[in-house]
Design a binder for this molecule. Structure first.
Ligand code: PEP
Length: 251
C-alpha cells in the first residue's frame, strides 16, 4: 500500500446465507446509491455465489471469499483453493474467522494466508478473544498469542496485503458489541504490535476492522474511533438498510 491513501474498509460476511440466484440483486441493493463513497466495500460471499457476482467490479464493489485451503491443489475432496478464488475474480479472502477456527487447526492458518497471497489475493485476517478471557482481563494476551502464532512466518513484504479484523467471539452474532472504547483499546494494541513487528509505515497503513454485531445504529460511534478503520459485518450485511447505513457512517 505504501504511500497510497488509506481508505476505510467495509466488508460483508454473508456466511452460509442467501442463494446464488439471489446474490447479484442482493449485492446491488446493499450498495445502491453508495458507489461514490470513498470507502472500500468488499462482499465475501459463499463459494457457490462467486461466479455470479463477478460483475460487481463494474459498480466498484470488491468480491471476496470466506476461506481458502492451505494447499494450492491436490486430493482434497470438497475444498477450494486460493488460485480458484483468484480465477473467479476474488480480491480478498477471510482467513481465521472464529467460526472457521473451530473447524480448522491453528497450524493451517499461516499456510492459508500464504496460499492466498501467493495466488494474488489479499487477506482479511480475523482474531478475537472468547468471553472468558475478556472477563479475566486477558483479552489482549489472547489476541497477542493469535497474532504471534499466525504471523510468525509471514514475510514482511506480505504484510501490506493484510487487513486485520478484531472480532471478539462473544460479540459475533450475539447482539452484544464491544464498546467503542474497548474496540479502540484493542485496535491500538494491534497497531503497536504491527509497528514492532513490521515497522511504523506498515502499521500506519494497516486497516484494522472491528467485527461483532455491527449495525447502522452503532457504527457512527465505532467510526469515530482513531484506530477503527472499518468493520466486518455479518448479520447486518444481509439487510440493505442496515448495510447502507454502515457504509454511510464510515464515509
Ligand atoms: C462476522 O461474521 O464476522 C460477524 C461479525 O458477524 P455479526 O456481525 O453477525 O456479529
Amino acid at each position: 500500500m505504501g504511500s497510497q491513501e488509506k481508505k476505510r474498509f467495509i466488508a460483508a460476511n454473508w456466511k452460509m446465507h442467501s442463494k446464488p440466484s439471489e446474490a447479484l440483486a442482493l449485492a446491488f441493493e446493499l450498495t445502491d446509491g453508495l458507489e461514490d463513497t470513498n470507502t472500500e466495500v468488499v462482499i465475501c460471499a459463499p463459494f457457490t455465489h462467486l461466479d455470479r457476482l463477478n460483475s460487481l467490479k463494474s459498480k466498484g464493489i470488491i468480491l471476496g471469499a470466506q476461506n481458502c485451503h492451505f494447499a494450492d491443489k491436490g486430493a482434497y475432496t470438497g475444498e477450494i483453493s486460493a488460485t480458484m478464488l483468484s480465477d473467479l475474480g476474488c480480491q480478498y479472502v477471510i482467513i481465521g474467522h472464529s467460526e472457521r477456527r473451530n473447524l480448522d487447526t491453528a497450524e493451517s492458518i499461516p499456510l492459508r494466508i500464504e496460499q492466498a497471497i501467493a495466488a494474488g489475493l489479499k487477506v482479511i485476517f480475523c482474531c478475537g478473544e472468547p468471553l472468558h478471557y475478556r472477563k479475566v482481563h486477558q483479552e489482549w494476551e489472547f489476541v497477542l498469542s493469535q497474532l504471534n502464532h499466525d504471523f510468525d512466518k509471514i514475510e514482511a513484504s506480505h504484510f501490506p496485503k493484510i487487513v486485520i479484523a478484531y472480532e471478539p467471539i462473544w460479540a459475533i452474532g450475539t447482539g452484544l458489541t464491544a464498546s467503542p472504547q474497548q474496540a479502540q483499546e484493542m485496535h491500538k494494541n494491534i497497531r503497536k504490535w504491527a509497528e514492532n513487528k513490521f515497522g511504523i509505515l506498515d502499521a500506519m497503513q494497516l486497516r484494522i476492522l472491528y467485527g461483532g454485531s455491527v449495525k447502522a445504529s452503532n457504527s457512527m460511534e465505532l467510526a469515530a474511533m482513531h484506530d477503527i478503520d472499518g468493520v466486518l459485518v455479518g448479520g447486518a450485511s444481509l439487510i440493505p438498510i442496515e448495510f447502507r447505513g454502515i457504509i454511510r457512517a464510515f464515509s
